[in-house]
Design a protein around this ligand. Structure first.
Ligand SMILES: Cc1cc2nc3c(=O)[nH]c(=O)nc-3n(C[C@H](O)[C@H](O)[C@H](O)COP(=O)(O)OP(=O)(O)OC[C@H]3O[C@@H](n4cnc5c(N)ncnc54)[C@H](O)[C@@H]3O)c2cc1C
Length: 398
């Protein structure tokens, strides 16, 4: 198992860090440590400009092949980039769904025309995407989607009707990739299509959902005869499940590894407060801080173990990776609780109106969702049991 990066990779780390130090300045200084999970509503316009700044520097889509505007970076270099990005406190990426999900999916499954049409806008940081998977009765059981897509031969377009929910950043997005049923008689994962839908059209309504943090980062999205060009279905009608599952492979992939640096930033902040307010003298809190520190190190070593395998060279995950989501999401939820206990009574107090949550308060509330999105903890345990340990498949309700 490798425990460190190569000299060449470390040089790349210096290059990334230097670019971020130089460019995360001037008008972008205020974006430092802003716009991450739970803080997504902050500075949306400025963060869109930042996307374009990154693109000008060649720092968007670095893992994409060069022919599509990427840098063709190895997994190791991508992890380094995400680590340095978080270490520098660079802002939450409004373009991450396009860069991390839509783009790689189009590269893997899209037609050449779709690649030419959509990849440059993502690469330039100018076109934002959202993910239209979940519905009121299709979350963990994603194959239960009810949104319908009917081909209108006269118009030469797909017509979509239905509802999505929890659609992150739909209010900012220019496009949405939508799973919809092309065969109304079909059940489960058969008869689905994967559509690339323009959000700027009369048939789409986006309604924000207010979260416990008081902000709205995700939405309900209603399709009422929304239109989609005939060429904007990825794969054939009925093949949507294959494409949708391919995309989830990217979701659980490399970009999550860099977030450990963001976790380290949060833990450092908790330690700083504990030192300041005397919580560090409390033996139980000291023990919990030490546990959080040790487990963050374990998270890193597990990432390095995943990186050591040859399977990583083609971007696919090894079995060790199956435990990663469950581990980091549960760890992060506990970190939120630790932050509140270190803050003590202060964690329950907000300064004068208009009430603004502090970064740690927002983190505490938001991390409750870490164990839900991207596959809940229970679903992760099923995956570990079935794919990792080879146990019998979960019984399905008929
Ligand atoms: C912050 C956030 C952002 C999101 N962004 C998006 C987005 O951009 N696009 C999108 O499409 N979706 C998004 N989602 C939705 C997310 O994918 C779903 O919430 C998730 O898949 C769970 O589905 P559900 O909410 O319908 O819960 P359900 O699937 O109804 O689950 C409810 C409970 O039952 C448990 N459960 C369900 N099935 C099983 C089983 N087979 N075995 C054991 N336990 C089970 C679950 O673990 C959970 O505890 C987002 C969610 C959150 C919290």
């Amino acid at each position: 198992m490798k425990l460190s990066f190569s000299d060449q990779d470390e040089l790349f780390r210096k290059e990334v860090a230097a670019w971020l130090t130089t460019n995360l300045s001037g008008e972008f200084t205020k974006l430092r440590f802003r716009g991450g999970p739970g803080d997504e509503h902050m500075f949306p316009e400025e963060r869109k400009h930042w996307e374009q700044k990154l693109a000008e520097g060649g720092w968007t889509c670095i893992g994409w092949p060069k022919e599509y505007g990427g840098r063709g970076c190895t997994i190791e270099k991508q992890v380094i980039f995400f680590e340095e990005y978080a270490r520098a406190g660079a802002p939450g990426r409004v373009g991450h769904i396009g860069e991390g999900l839509a783009g790689p999916t189009l590269i893997a499954f899209g037609s050449e025309a779709q690649k030419q049409k959509y990849l440059p806008g993502i690469r330039a940081g100018k076109e934002l995407w959202c993910q239209g998977y979940s519905e009121p009765s299709a979350g963990s059981d994603l194959a239960n989607v009810k949104t319908r897509a009917r081909f209108d031969a006269e118009k030469g377009k797909w017509i979509l009707n239905g509802q999505k929910v929890w659609t992150s950043l739909a209010h900012e997005a220019d496009y949405c990739f939508v799973i919809a049923r092309t065969d109304p008689e079909s059940k489960a994962h058969k008869g689905l299509g994967f559509f690339l839908v323009n959000m700027h059209q009369p048939g789409i309504e986006v309604r924000p959902i207010q979260q416990i943090t008081g902000t709205s980062e995700f939405n309900e999205v209603f399709f009422d005869n929304a239109e989609c060009d005939a060429d904007d279905i990825v794969g054939a009608p009925g093949e949507g499940w294959k494409v949708a599952m391919g995309l989830l492979g990217f979701e659980r992939g490399v970009s999550t590894l860099g977030q450990q640096m963001q976790f380290q930033n949060e833990l450092n902040e908790i330690i700083r407060i504990a030192r300041e307010n005397g919580a560090s003298k409390n033996p139980v809190l000291r023990q919990r801080i030490a546990k959080a520190h040790a487990e963050l190190k374990i998270m890193r070593y597990n990432s390095m173990r995943m990186l050591s395998g040859s399977a990583w060279s083609d971007g696919s995950l090894q079995k060790e990776a199956l435990i990663y989501k469950l581990f980091w999401a549960s760890w992060h939820r506990e970190l939120g609780e630790l932050a509140m206990d270190v803050l003590g009574p202060e964690c329950e107090i907000l300064e004068a109106a208009p009430y603004q949550l502090s970064r740690l308060q927002a983190m505490y509330l938001f991390v409750r969702s870490d164990t839900i999105y991207g596959g809940t903890n229970e679903i992760q345990r099923n995956i570990i049991a079935e794919r990792g340990l080879g146990m019998p498949k979960e019984a399905k309700v008929q």
